[in-house]
Write a protein that binds this ligand. Structure first.
Ligand SMILES: [Zn+2]
Length: 272
């Protein structure tokens, strides 16, 4: 079996996780910039993190033969300090030419505040200016529906944005259709306690089809499972889906989206 982990916060994970992912068939891992669990206090704190995402972590993954890609941004949880946010957005272009950077992400909204919207817009404008792919985080629980609508409206207000180059992540049953209907890609996140479970993810595939959808573990420093994606293949097989279906959802779909950035390469995997 082969799969891509399109959303993993590997700086928070152990070498055992890398080994287990590669053993399970992981062909590439992609790491969006994220909240560290505490607010960084300066632009230099972000610069160090972006260096970690573009230099150290790819080298660590390479020890296990795993290609590692990154997305760069200031995450919505740290967008309330707009002075700091503006200064962080200003240094992002320094990193967009790094060989493992795929685009801007995971941007989005957390509590749907005015300042979060402002920082979101700055990132979208940056992505347009530099022709970058965009990865969007949608809010948790009760804020998700409203936040997703707001994000889609904000993105659709930019005529330069091609929805096929934007993935809206952490969709759930009540948000997936509007994301797909408006031409965007949708990411389903598999968490042990919240977001989606493997059975719910496969239910969504059965209701919405398998096109323009990827699955991810979004593993980080909290309760999460770096093997959640390959484990979902078990649920697919239990329901009688073929190896081709599993490969399409877990490998070919994310490859199709990510390959829109020419830097995304999978040595050893042919184009089929
Ligand atoms: Zn994330």
């Amino acid at each position: 079996m082969r799969y891509i982990e399109p959303h993993g916060h590997m700086v928070s994970r152990t070498t055992d996780d890398y080994r287990a992912m590669v053993t399970a068939g992981c062909a590439a891992v992609c790491e969006p910039a994220f909240w560290a669990g505490y607010d960084r206090s300066s632009v230099d704190g972000f610069r160090d993190y972006f260096r970690q995402l573009t230099r150290f972590e790819p080298a660590r993954a390479a020890k296990y033969g795993l290609p590692h890609y990154s997305w760069i941004c200031l995450n919505p949880k740290e967008a309330e300090d707009l002075v700091l946010a503006r200064d962080v957005v200003a240094i992002i272009p320094e990193f967009l030419s790094e060989p493992n950077v795929l685009g801007i992400g995971e941007i989005g909204l957390n509590r749907n505040t005015r300042n979060e919207v402002t920082a979101f817009e700055w990132h979208v404008e940056l992505a347009i200016r530099h022709s970058q792919l965009i990865l969007v985080h949608t809010p948790h629980l009760e804020d998700k529906l409203k936040g997703t609508r707001l994000i889609l409206d904000l993105l659709c207000a930019h005529r330069e944005i091609d929805p096929a180059r934007v993935i809206i992540d952490h969709v759930e049953e009540h948000t997936i259709r509007q994301v797909l209907d408006r031409g965007f890609w949708a990411g389903i996140t598999l968490y042990p306690e919240s977001k989606s479970s493997p059975p719910r993810a496969v239910d969504m595939l059965e209701l919405c089809g398998r096109d323009r959808i990827w699955l991810n573990s979004a593993c980080d420093w909290g309760v999460s499972d770096p093997l959640a994606v390959p484990k979902t293949a078990l649920e697919m097989r239990r329901r009688g889906y073929t190896d081709d279906f599993v490969d399409a959802v877990l490998f070919r779909n994310p490859r199709q989206f990510l390959s829109q950035c020419p830097k995304f390469q999978l040595p050893g995997h042919d184009a089929t």
